[in-house]
Design a protein around this ligand. Structure first.
Ligand SMILES: [Zn+2]
Length: 356
């Protein structure tokens, strides 16, 4: 109900702005060093102090709308080589006009700068940790944990809604999809489902059974979700590329969510009939060697079909990966490098019917 009140207030503020300009809260919104007065945009950094290892700076933009409303956080680049998602948020910082916005948009376009600069996929090369597995973080931990702690305090705890952006790391040939994680709290789930449908990606993974302990939420979206804030995860991009189609999906989806939350005027482009996926099945390699894929992202496979094979360094096939289930290839390894237990593919299994 609280959220409904916020939305109604935001709409009212939008409608009455011309008549009662002084009725708007004249507050500034500050995240890290980015401080934006109402109706303004500001850039700055979340400064993660040095601890057991080096300090780091996370870029942040605050777009503080002219009219009052909720706070939406958009976060990308926990994996600093998932470039499409990073470029999409950079574009949104430029595109979003505070004069049009009711509420505040906080954008972190690139959480994991060391990964980006050093072209290291999956982890923060400073401490070897994934920057989307250590939430809510620790003030006295390693760099990833200290950054996660600061993001929890400065962004998650102060937002009303959150979107976490990913998209096909250097070794992942990925087709676009979103995650929707129901919590069992009806109103929160209604809003997060409205957000994921408004985002418009046509494949949506239903992700139940997330960690519920606020002190061990692991993932960014789950950290927001456990704290009562509707949140979703979106992915588009593949294998280090920055194709316009992928970036455009993420930019237009974000604008559509701003519309469904009444933070921007205009109608959202809500998808009517997405493919809901009831689970995902990961296929890992049993051998180290050179990987050759036999399927492409977005292809359909039957149970038992070959996904690819691994050779030794003399051309001898030492392992053949087969699909354990029928489904759609969400992503397939895009490079020949293959260690034992590395991911070969992730298969999404369509749900028989949409979630209630
Ligand atoms: Zn990622």
């Amino acid at each position: 109900m609280r959220r409904l009140c916020i939305a109604a207030g935001a709409t009212l503020a939008f409608l009455t702005a011309g008549f009662f300009p002084t009725a708007q809260a004249q507050t500034t919104f500050k995240v890290g060093t980015a401080e934006a007065a109402r109706g303004r945009k500001a850039e700055g950094f979340l400064e993660v102090p040095a601890g057991v290892d080096a300090a780091t700076s996370i870029p942040v933009a605050v777009i503080n709308g002219r009219n009052a409303g909720p706070v939406l956080a958009l976060v990308s680049g926990a994996h600093g080589t998932e470039y499409s998602s990073i470029l999409a948020l950079e574009q949104l910082i430029e595109i979003l006009d505070p004069a049009q916005i009711a509420g505040t948009v906080v954008i972190l376009p690139l959480v994991n700068l060391p990964s980006f600069y050093q072209k290291v996929p999956h982890v923060n090369p400073v401490d070897g940790k994934s920057m989307n597995r250590f939430y809510p973080g620790k003030a006295d931990g390693t760099q990833t944990e200290r950054a996660s702690y600061l993001i929890t305090k400065e962004v998650v705890e102060r937002c009303d809604y959150l979107i976490d952006y990913h998209g096909g790391d250097l070794d992942e040939s990925l087709r676009p999809y979103a995650y929707w994680a129901p919590t069992g709290r009806a109103e929160q789930d209604r809003v997060s489902k409205m957000m994921v449908l408004a985002f418009g990606l046509n494949h949506i993974i239903i992700w139940p059974d997330r960690p519920t302990d606020p002190a061990a939420t692991r993932y960014l979206d789950n950290t927001a979700s456990v704290r009562g804030k509707p949140s979703i995860v979106v992915e588009a991009g593949h294998a280090g590329t920055t194709e316009r189609d992928d970036i455009e999906l993420l930019v237009s989806g974000s604008i559509s969510v701003l519309r469904v939350l009444k933070m921007l005027p205009g109608e959202p482009l809500t998808i009517e009939n997405p493919v809901w996926l009831e689970k995902t099945v990961e296929v890992a390699s049993e051998k180290a060697g050179i990987f050759y894929p036999l399927v492409k992202r977005s292809g359909y496979v039957a149970a038992g079909m070959k996904l690819g094979y691994v050779t030794d360094f003399f051309g001898n096939v030492i392992y053949t990966a087969r699909a354990p289930v029928a489904g759609i290839i969400l992503h397939i390894c895009s490079v020949p490098s293959m260690k034992q237990s590395d991911n070969i593919a992730v298969i999404g299994v369509p749900a028989a019917k949409p979630p209630a």
